[in-house]
Write a protein that binds this ligand. Structure first.
Ligand code: PLP
Length: 450
């Protein structure tokens, strides 16, 4: 039956974000098993997963503690909802646990099934908040070009991916975009610090253009993930926070990738010293073992929701699903007990940075960036002038495919190679990622320049 799976997949299974025409011809990769930082396909080939699934398997694969917790909860209470004034023990305990790692101004969580739903949720929450304060005109959301906030209509609209907007006539009304702090590709002659300020001030200009009375919120990822692990210049976030404060709009930080240790802090915004009013979360919350997401809600918004609004007419059948919550609770226990956040901050994060830096002598590498275990290698045509390849897709795909053939899963976003391994990765496994990348770079250089 297993040998038949590829054909069945081609015949019956529609894939997200995959060229299905090509897949049908070439056959799908079938992943059967995972252990630690490794996954195994149906031919028994072993891959080091430098991408933690989809930025999410923070504790690594095959942790029996999670499956035990899930089975216990399944047997106790497989489902109950959190609507109409009911709750379940795992949902309560999880909300408390999450907020214990956020700043002192964040004390509440609204649960969803995914990161996309989390973005849809705060979008409505922000509008409800302003309406409750007597400012119903504050409805617009400003987001960023090349950002990613999910695939629902609101999520894809907030996202700044052109290839998503082109499908489904997006963005919807009320969502507009400004630039991204991508100095290497777009900074021109400015220093990174100058460029960071310039791009942040696009927010101020956009708010002035729309009128602050019409703007509900600004949303951004602390470090743009799917857009290419774009680490902003240090000047960027403090300026964004200043503008949101002075213009009185909500600051929303999308922690779906950056949350739960990825950057060497519990949450990515803590790295940049800003305090969000709302923060969608998912992925690392359960290390992807079961689907769960949420919105972390500051007291500023939460107090209004509870005391002024009361009834927020919004929610999902699976909001606070007890089995997913039990998995997430056990996941957070593991992250705490094994001190994985500290491990990323003090040990494997700096070690990955060093490894990536060591690649900067390669003719194909223009720059490397990383925060914790979230990193990128910028591929470039001409290092001195920062001139990028005409065919940005090709160079990334060449390097990525070579790494894949040599047992390393990485992602390429155009001409940037992306790294996001499980937080339990060892130094030896990081060495292996770097060595395989170097071979991939050699191959990519030959493919591009002969
Ligand atoms: N927000 C960010 C920053 C993401 O990276 C993602 C997914 O990659 C999402 C939201 C959407 O999350 P989900 O795929 O769970 O709906």
């Amino acid at each position: 039956a297993a040998s038949n799976l590829g054909a069945l997949d081609a015949a019956h299974h529609l894939h997200p974000f995959s060229d299905m025409k090509k897949l049908n011809a070439a056959g799908t990769r079938i992943i059967e098993r995972g252990e630690g930082c490794y996954i195994y396909d149906n031919h028994g080939k072993k891959y080091l997963d430098g991408f933690a699934g989809l930025w999410c398997v923070n504790i690594g694969y095959g942790r029996k503690e999670i499956s035990d917790a899930v089975v216990r909860q399944m047997n106790e209470l497989p489902y109950y909802n959190t609507f109409f004034g009911t709750t379940t023990p795992p949902a309560v305990l999880l909300a408390q646990k999450i907020t214990s790692h956020a700043g002192p101004n964040i004390n509440r969580v609204f649960f969803t099934g995914s990161g996309s739903e989390a973005n849809d949720t705060w979008f409505r929450m922000a509008r409800v908040y302003w309406a409750a304060l007597g400012k119903p005109s504050k409805k617009m959301v400003i987001a960023r070009r090349n950002g990613y906030h999910g695939s629902t209509v609101v999520g894809a609209s907030m996202g700044g991916m052109k290839y998503m907007h082109e499908q489904g006539a997006l963005p919807i009304e009320g969502i507009v975009h400004i630039g991204q702090p991508f100095w290497y590709g777009e900074g021109g002659e400015l220093s990174p610090a100058e460029f960071g300020l310039k791009v942040a001030r696009e927010l101020e200009q956009k708010i002035d253009e729309l009128g602050a009375d019409n703007v509900a919120a600004f949303v951004a990822e602390p470090i743009q993930g799917a857009g290419g692990v774009i680490v902003p210049p240090e000047t960027y976030w403090p300026e964004i926070a200043r503008i949101c404060r002075e213009k009185d709009i909500l600051l929303v930080v999308d922690e779906v990738i950056c949350g739960f240790g990825r950057t060497g802090q519990w949450f990515g915004h803590q790295h940049f010293g800003v305090q969000p009013d709302l923060a969608p979360i998912a992925k690392g919350l359960s290390s992807g073992y079961l689907p769960i997401g949420g919105v972390m809600v500051s007291d500023r918004v939460g107090d209004v929701l509870v005391n002024e609004v009361g009834d927020f007419n919004h929610g999902f059948t699976y909001s606070g699903h007890p089995v997913c919550a039990a998995a997430a609770l056990e996941n957070l226990r593991i992250i705490e007990d094994e001190k994985l956040v500290e491990r990323v901050h003090d040990d494997v994060g700096p070690y990955l940075a060093e490894g990536l830096k060591s690649l900067e002598d390669h003719p194909l590498v223009g720059q490397t960036q990383s925060v914790g275990l979230m990193g990128a290698v910028q591929l470039v045509d001409d290092k001195a002038s920062r001139k990028r390849f005409e065919d940005k897709e090709k160079v990334g795909v060449e390097v990525r495919n070579h790494c894949l053939a040599n047992g390393l899963v990485l992602r390429a976003t155009g001409d940037r190679m992306l790294y996001s391994p499980p937080l339990v990765i060892s130094r030896g496994e990081i060495d292996q990622m770097i060595e395989t990348t170097r071979k991939g770079l050699d191959h990519g250089l030959k493919a591009m320049k002969g």
